[in-house]
Unconditional design. Sequence first.
Length: 316
Amino acid sequence: MAARDSNETILDLILEKTSNIERSSNSSTIRQSLKDAIKEQARNERDYRAKMVTFDLTQGQSQQELTDKLQAFVNLSQIGPIMNRATKERLYVQMAKPSDKVALIDFIKLKPDNDLLKTALMPPVSPGLYYERLPIKLEINNVHENISIDRIRATIESILEASNGSKLIMIKDGKIHQVTKKRTVTMKVNGQAFMDICVTMNATIPVGDERAKINLYVRANCRPFRCNDCFVIGYHPKCTGKYCGRCGSNEHLTKTCKRKTKFCKNCHKSGHQARDTHCPKYLQEIAKEIRKFDFPISYLEDHEQISHLTKLLQLK
C-alpha cells in the first residue's frame, strides 16, 4: 500500500516549490530548528547528571549483589526509589533526587575500604559528578592519503597534553577513496578534549611545520542510525522492507518513482524526502543523540554555545 494518495495536483507542485524557495532563502531555519530541539531534549539534563552514580563491573563485581546493597541503603534511609541500568562494564544508578545521591556517596565513604560498594564506585569525573556520558564522536573529513594517522594522532595529543582531564579515547583511520585519494579520520574524546579541540583550537588541527602547514577541520558526528531500506531513524528491531526514498511508497523503489513531489514517511510531511537533513524528525533525532554524549552541560543550555555546537555538527 502506498504511503499516501497517488494523485498529484498542480497545487502540490506549487506548494513544494514555494517551500523549497523559502527554505533556501533562509538557511538558518534548519539550524534554529535544531537549536530548539536541543534545548527541549536537554531541559532536565543537568538534574539528570546530578542524580546519577556509576559503579564498575569489570573487576568481577556482581551486579546483583551491588543492586541488593543499594536497595538495602534505600530501605534503611527511606529515600526515594532508584533506577538501575547496566552494561557489561558499568552499573548506572539514578537516584530520585540529587540530595539522595549525596546521601549515598556520604554513606559509601564511611564504609571499609574492602566494602563492595566502595571498591566498585567509580571516581568522580569532576567535583560532585559521578556520571559520564558516552565519548563524543568527532570526524575529520577529506584527509589526503599523504597525511598519516600517526601524524594526526601526535598533533592531537600535543594539543591535549597541556589540559587536565582531556582524553583521546580512540582514533581510527578511514578507507582511502580511489579517485580523490582522501578519507575520513574518526575519533572519540571526552568532554574536556572536545573543549580543547573544538573551542580552544576552533575545531582546527594544524598538521605539519611552518613551511608546509595544513589545517584539518573537525566536525562532531551525532547522526542517528537511519535504515537504507525503510528509512526509519533510530533503532528498530525489524525492517519492514524497501521503500521509495522520494515519495515514501512501498510499491516501487526510488529509481523508478514517477512522482514530481516529495513525501517523507518519517514525519509524514510533503516537500522533502525521508533522507533530507532538514526533516523535522531527523533534526529531533539528532538532538536525542547529542544528549547521549559527554558534551559540557553549557553546550546544551547556553544559546551561544548551542549555536556553536550546531555549526560543528556533521549533518550528512
